[in-house]
Every structure is written in structure tokens, then in C-alpha cells.
Design a protein around this ligand. Structure first.
Ligand code: MN3
Length: 215
């Protein structure tokens, strides 16, 4: 599968806009996916069309993002982050991971509860717009971090680098219609809709391949 920027496609959602109710409401999902994500996707194409960047993989560009225009950083990150976000949500989500991922979480954080606390803290204390992440670091340990705007742990401008396997959008557009200023309530609700099978798949992929080839 080609991952070069000019061949990227706007992803379809695997569930309906109201499928994550009551944790994430239908109107937020519709606006977030159809307008916010679509705008990042279109703006990435516009920012790269006719340049050498359109023939590079988004992964490669993000790893050297300091060398590219800020429009590519914001919209490339915006596309990548939202595509990841939709994939790790599910109406049948929640609970806890199992298998290798569960073991890795225990090893890196001590317990699932400790991990949850660390991740919640990253999501709740990110000032302004941004994301909270669980990533696989170069030494294969798991790390929690947060980034501003549409940055992510793949980018060379980020202080904690890794391959993101779980991300939470904490921009106000992700929760304000339902939760208004109560970001912590949205962060707590997120745990009910996490698709741990998908997070596990991303974890296994990060271990199996030297070059992580996700688009
Ligand atoms: Mn968003």
C-alpha cells in the first residue's frame, strides 16, 4: 500500500456519528470528522500539491517535520492524528487491554491504573489545544506524553518521541458541545470507547517492523 501524500484518501468512519453516545455525542462527531478532519486533509493536499513533498510518505515527512513548512506540520499532523483517533474508538470499546500490550503497560507504568492516571494527567493538564498520547519509544518501552496543536510523537520537534498507539484529542472542538469547559469529564468518558484491539494491533506493528509504515 502506498503511503505517499498525494495518494492518501480521506478515511471512512467504521461506525455512525451517534455510535459513541453518550460518551461522545453525534453532533460533535459529525462536525469533527466532516469539517475539522476534512479541512486538515484538504489543506495537507493543497500545501503539498506540485511540490516534492507530495511524493513522500506522511510518516517520513513527520519524522523530519522541522525541515518542512508549518502548514504541512499543522495539516499533516491534523490528518494523521484524526485518522488514528477514529480508529482507536469503538462503540464496543472500553475495558482493559490484554496480552502483550497489557504486559507492556504493567512493565512501563506498574499497573493499568497507574497508566490511566498518567494519561489522564497528560490530557487534563495540556494547556490549550493539543493531544495526549501513549507511544512506543525507541527502546520499545511505553511512554505517555502530550503535544500542542496538531503535533505528535513522530515529529522531530516533539520532546517525547515514539510511535503513537493511542491518542486523545483535547482540542475544545472535540468536546465543547457536550462537555463545555469540563474537559476532565470528557477525558474520563474516553475510557469507555477505547478500541483496545486496534491499540494492540498498533503496538504489535511497532514491534514487528523497523520502519513503521502506517499512513
Ligand atoms: Mn480534532
Amino acid at each position: 500500500m502506498s503511503c505517499i501524500i498525494k495518494t492518501l484518501e480521506f478515511p471512512t468512519l467504521a461506525y455512525s456519528f451517534n455510535a459513541l453516545e453518550p460518551h461522545i455525542d453525534a453532533m460533535t462527531m459529525e462536525i469533527h470528522y466532516s469539517r475539522h478532519h476534512k479541512a486538515y486533509f484538504d489543506n495537507l493536499q493543497n500545501a503539498t500539491a506540485g511540490t516534492e513533498m507530495e511524493n513522500l510518505s506522511l510518516m517520513a515527512v513527520q519524522k523530519n517535520i522541522s525541515k518542512y513548512p508549518v502548514a504541512v506540520r499543522n495539516n499533516g499532523g491534523g490528518h494523521y492524528n484524526h485518522k488514528l483517533f477514529w480508529s482507536i474508538l469503538s462503540p464496543n470499546g472500553g475495558g482493559q487491554p490484554s496480552g502483550d500490550l497489557a504486559e507492556a503497560i504493567d512493565q512501563s507504568f506498574g499497573s493499568f491504573e497507574k497508566f490511566q492516571e498518567t494519561f489522564n494527567n497528560a490530557a487534563k493538564t495540556r494547556f490549550g489545544s493539543g493531544w495526549a498520547w501513549l507511544s512506543v519509544a525507541e527502546d520499545k518501552s511505553l511512554v505517555v506524553s502530550s503535544t500542542p496543536n496538531q503535533d505528535n510523537p513522530l515529529m522531530d520537534v516533539t520532546d517525547v518521541n515514539g510511535y503513537p498507539i493511542l491518542g486523545l484529542d483535547v482540542w475544545e472542538h472535540a468536546y465543547y458541545l457536550k462537555y463545555q469547559n469540563k474537559r476532565p469529564d470528557y477525558v474520563n468518558a474516553f475510557w469507555n470507547v477505547i478500541n483496545w484491539d486496534e491499540v494492540s494491533k498498533r503496538y504489535e506493528k511497532s514491534l514487528a517492523t523497523a520502519e513503521q509504515t502506517s499512513c
